[in-house]
Design a protein around this ligand. Sequence first.
Ligand SMILES: [Zn+2]
Length: 385
Amino acid sequence: MKKLPPLTTLLNKIIEIPSISCVNSAYDMSNLAVIELLADWFASAGFQIEIMPVPNLPGKANLIATLGQRSQGNNGLVLSGHTDTVPIDQKLWNTDPFKLSHQQHRFYGLGIADMKCFFPIILSVLPEIDLSKLKHPLIILATADEETTMSGARALIQSDKQLAKHALIGEPTGLIPIYAHKGLMSHSIKIFGKAGHSSDPANGVSALEGLTRVIGVLVKWRQQMQQEYQQDSFRVPYPTMNFGYIHGGDNPNRICSLCEVQFDLRILPGMHAKQISDAIESEIKRTIDGTQLSFQMTALCDPVPAFVSSPESEIVKLTSQLTGADPETVAFGTEAPLLQQLHCDTVVLGPGNIAQAHQANEYLSETTIIPMQNIIRETIKKFCY
Ligand SMILES: [Zn+2]
């Protein structure tokens, strides 16, 4: 294994490379430079490198770096993270977001907590581990577009990659092991009517009035759903449904011919996105049945399933011992349910804090680095030796 530069140099190098992903193509960037940097580093550490382009997304790729033979079902460990960050509002930053800044025991930089720090911290641990003792594979997974579509992790599922039995995702959880989170689905409902002069209602069919009826019905449906599904392990113990965007019409003297609402729905483990969207569609159908209105409901993104692994699973128990923290649930989504589809027993646990993610002056507390190095070292020893 070649000697790598010190941790702060590695952190600075990965922060220096912008890798913003955004649903708005004007802000969306390639993550290839980060993937190549990581490929270089892990190759120097003796890993076999596979760069996997994400199909139909030029400029986006995943990295799979492996020590030992990959095998499903046996032991082994995946250390997984995403390479992209959210966009920035540079004028709100006190420092250059693309330069590592070290002040008052904090490291500042875009994506430092969520979650670029994870890869340099892994690399900083490797020299302390006797890699010749490895009996089971150690895999480093670095994905594309987690912040937007999760297309990187979804491409891994499509290609049915074999990884390893256990997985740890270093998302910012403040060093608390996370064994469950809600899922996310997001849809648009468009109601179509007919435009006409407002002086006579018979001149048209109001899509706006149709949509207000539909929303009324869906608010009642939401109430039922929230009574039906409850899990006390979540801070908000029921599924939520937020109507976050509405638009329709153009002028008070015209009957509105098109009105749209967009909502997001945070589902609990055990709820299936397809069944929920089918139920919503049939509520809409029932509401506008017998009118001259029509509708279209479309998904704004592929649903992210909810995630739950057993608090009794080996990796949850081990990381709970190592951190001294009981496993918890969170409200934000991760790639964990997708790694589960690749048969990995998964925990989410990282040094950053979600309170600092996705905002200006994002930082990582220096004091979290040694505990995270310890977690990584002991997890590798437990599952790969
Ligand atoms: Zn993240």
